[in-house]
Design a protein around this ligand. Sequence first.
Ligand code: GDP
Ligand code: IMO
Ligand code: MG
Length: 423
Amino acid sequence: MPVTVVVGAQWGDEGKAKVIDLLSKEHGYVVRYQGGHNAGHTVVVGGERYALQLTPSGVFYDHVIPVIGNGVVVDLPTLFAEIDALTARGISCERLRVSSLAHLIFPWHQAHDAIAEAMRGDDKIGTTLKGIGPAYADKARRVGIRAGDVLDPERFAEHVRARALAENKLIAESGGEPVDVDGVVATFRDLGARLVPYVTDTVSLLHDALATGAHVLLEGAQATFLDLDHGTYPYVTSSNPTAGGACAGTGLGPRDIDRIVGITKAYTTRVGSGPFPTELTDDDGDRLVDVGREFGTVTGRRRRAGWLDCVMLRQAVRLNSLTELALTKLDVLDGFDTVKVCTDYRVDGRTLTSYPDRADVLANVEPVYETLEGWGTGLGGVREPANLPAGARALIELVERQVGVPVRVVGVGAERDDYLIWS
Ligand code: GDP
Ligand code: IMO
Ligand code: MG
């Protein structure tokens, strides 16, 4: 399996990083392909918790070359803070490579993100305010500045100054706080110089690696239903986390990919605004948040929580060509008397078995649930499928039947080794 994609099958925070950490053992390259520091990817190793925003989650292995692909938008202050923090904890980031084609985020992007959210009022998206949308907008408007531009420091500084002056006019018109142009130019001159040794033609790097038989793991951030095209627009991010985005965001071709792993929790969460059919606003929802520690890795926001939704997962299979699922956080359902799984939706007296193409329809569907007996015992120590309680086994089997792809990995705790191979 030379190229594997890992993609979130819900609204993010499914436990992608933990599965990537597991799969990294058999891959030589781990590549982020979209998003930016809006991502929060957590790996727990021997009680040590690492929350990564930009560094690929394979960084913990000496044999892995972590790559930030061309589809990522890179915030240099965050990248270097992360590299420094990891280095201080004994994790080397020297092998990290950053695509020369990746676009950079600047303080004016964050200013525009805040202005746009404020202007939306009650309709705000609930973005991470990291400047992700405005940075991708500049990429699409063809006015962005890319990582490779730092290789010519004088031109880079001039470009940053010109963009800062132009953006300040727009920020001032919108009533926002203009950026300190000289300060930004000076800061980014230094950050650009620091980026130089990392800047690489990662498209050639990855193709050359494949030609020598290397295995490459493509790390999705965000998730299928936050996808700019296929998510619950406008309550989405500004990139394509779906598996197709892995090609555009790395320069690998569709035929290079042969394994696509969708990550889903055994329930559902969402952070930020937008429709969420199986959302629970009762004690069960509070319990999922408390036991699952469902607070945003990046923003600290409380995540919304609800039951697992197989209609979404069936759509995720279609959109991503998923070959398998990893089902995480099954242990969070320990001790529930009953566990529900949404199998279909009802709307206007009709049953919907497939995911609607309109967010306003999605906002009005009623989930149809199958109710399973819960299990009392803690799943934390289980490492063999045969040792799972009957209720947990029934849930996994129901998901496989409903979604139509096999579940391979099951997560039963946050630690690196808290998982079992189901099939
Ligand atoms: P990502 O963005 O998809 O990488 O996921 P996050 O790191 O944002 O959120 C997942 C959270 O669940 C993290 O705190 C993980 O340490 C934790 N986690 C991952 N898998 C499991 C699991 O199987 N059980 C439990 N209890 N926690 C898990
Ligand atoms: P990982 O990779 C969960 C959400 C935000 C908001 C919307 C748009 O850790 O799963 P943005 O800042 O991207 O413009 O915000 O997307 N969002 C995430 N939710 N996990 C993430 O990343 C997310 N990245 C963005 O909350 O609703
Ligand atoms: Mg996350």
